[in-house]
Design a protein around this ligand. Structure first.
Ligand code: SF4
Ligand code: SF4
Length: 81
């Protein structure tokens, strides 16, 4: 599946995505903006509001990463293709 995440290396922690999400799918954990894959419907509002394009980030995964897992990232995970 294609999972929507935020890119830790570009994100400046401004909270705009969290505030923009109508479904509250984005939560700040340890300063990382983590997307709940079970809630996000891909509407793109967070991407429109993100000043750095960090929210415009999608990765191919077999199983979605949890928000707690995303909170540990300092860079995007290496994805096996
Ligand atoms: S794409 Fe839409 S639903 Fe998903 S996190 Fe962004 S604002 Fe929320
Ligand atoms: S809007 Fe973009 S830069 Fe701001 S916290 Fe969200 S992902 Fe990071």
């Amino acid at each position: 599946m294609r999972q929507h995440v935020t890119d830790p290396e570009i994100c400046i922690g401004c909270s705009a995505c969290e505030l923009a999400c109508p479904l509250k799918a984005i939560k700040s954990i340890l300063g990382r903006y983590c997307v709940d894959a079970s809630v996000c419907e891909g509407c793109g509002k967070c991407i429109e509001e993100c000043p750095t394009s960090a929210a415009d980030c999608f990765i191919e995964v077999a199983e979605p990463y949890s928000q707690d897992q995303q909170s540990q990232w300092t860079s995007l995970p290496l994805i096996d293709t």
